[in-house]
Design a protein around this ligand. Sequence first.
Ligand code: BES
Ligand code: MN
Ligand code: ZN
Length: 504
Amino acid sequence: MPYKILNNIAVKDTSSVDLTSAKTSLLVITINKDTLKDAAFKALDKASKGFLKNSISSHLKDEGSSLLLPKVNGIEAESIMMVKALNADAPLHKWLGSLKSITKQANKLKAKDISLLLSSSLPEGKDIFWMIENSAKTIESNAYIFTETKNKTVKNPTLKKLVIYGNDFSGANLKKAKDSAKKGFAIGEGVNTAKYLGDLPANHATPKIIEKKVKAMTKDFPNLKVKSFNEKDLAKMGMGSYLSVSKGSDEPPRMMVIEYKGGKTTEKPIALVGKGITFDTGGVSLKPPQGMDEMKWDMCGAATVFGVMSTLARLNAKVNVVGIMACAENMCSAKATKPGDVVTSMSGQTIEILNTDAEGRLVLCDALTYVGKYKPKYVIDMATLTGAVVVALGRHASGVMANDQHLADMIIASGEESGDRAWQLPLWDEHQSCTNTSYADLANIGGGREAGTIHAAAFLSKFTTDYKWAHIDIAATASHSTPVKEGTGRPVPLISELLLSKKL
Ligand code: BES
Ligand code: MN
Ligand code: ZN
């Protein structure tokens, strides 16, 4: 089931091939001031009788601009795209954006492959291996198109192969370059897996259907172990809070636990917990109709867990990770939880449910209690938890709150490194407003109109006192509605980078 587009990524030294005769759908040449002196470029330009060089001087003036050429006489490639490299101080999102537009162009051309000739230009502080990894990651994840519920005449992506060419890929460098490509490809595959699960309409991705897909993943990756808990199992464990969310739905809940052991057997695992509300109507505290369809992406935390686990398994990463997908559907019906109802969580704390639309924290709190049994080194939960995070941070950063500053710092650093950024919000004792109720230990809302993102995290913090924990609110980053409605696969790049770099 992992969602992979390319089936072949290669890295080659330019000295080992004749690019003029390379059979490729799209040859991409990144151009900078060194390019004109570069042997590979000179050979291509000579074959084109100076056409490439002339085109550069007449058409490629601004950094980041590009020029698409149809078949050029003397060169075998079906089309050529020349891209003027960015300046080193250009922000990372522009570098990644440039790779994204190359891929979108390849999709438009229905290219079967891309041959990418890298220039010596790199973003500040990054090396060629970063560039290779991020090229593979960005091209794989942008080749993705969702087609499953479209008419059968809509074709899947044609892109199947990427060859990255560079000048210094020999000996130890070649091995490192190949590993970087492999890593980027596997992260791109994780991103696509998360995008796919999120993009599926809610009636095509109920908790039971997701369970099936998760179990199917172990066929591709026997190094993943999956356990699944149904309604009865959750009740037996005392998860009254979790079950209060699925109560109004005809779709039974499922909590999936995916174990991956690539590290030392003595090493404690890092735990990932994902909110997996397959559809959030708000329950009896019903949401307004406008844009409610977007609540099919309310399981993107769980989708991230799924994507990251597939990346780790693909790479045989040397870490121990346990991933939890807390899936349920939040509906309103005669059986649904009502505002004011009190339930008992697995932790023993009682919760007055004042707003059934604050349901994410209700499934997460029990999943967070459950994961304590693994004695995890760190716990990170990811959740499309609050609309307030869109107001607080906008669309570009996920919100991080933590009870451990080192963990928060490493999450933010991994966001910077991967171009999948996150930013911290405070989580102080003053934010503990969820204890303001006469009818239970906690209420599931508090703080009124103030800092909704932080108050949600403060509620979760009542269940995470036994370990080092961070919460990432991805409501603004996991999907967007402009320019098109789609899942983004975030924060798979951030979390993969964090786990693979062994920063924790
Ligand atoms: N799933 C929503 C949060 C959300 C909003 C995600 C917009 C993506 C886009 C969550 O379950 C929710 O409804 N949160 C409420 C909390 C409130 C009732 C305290 C919200 O943000 O309004
Ligand atoms: Mn909700
Ligand atoms: Zn929700």
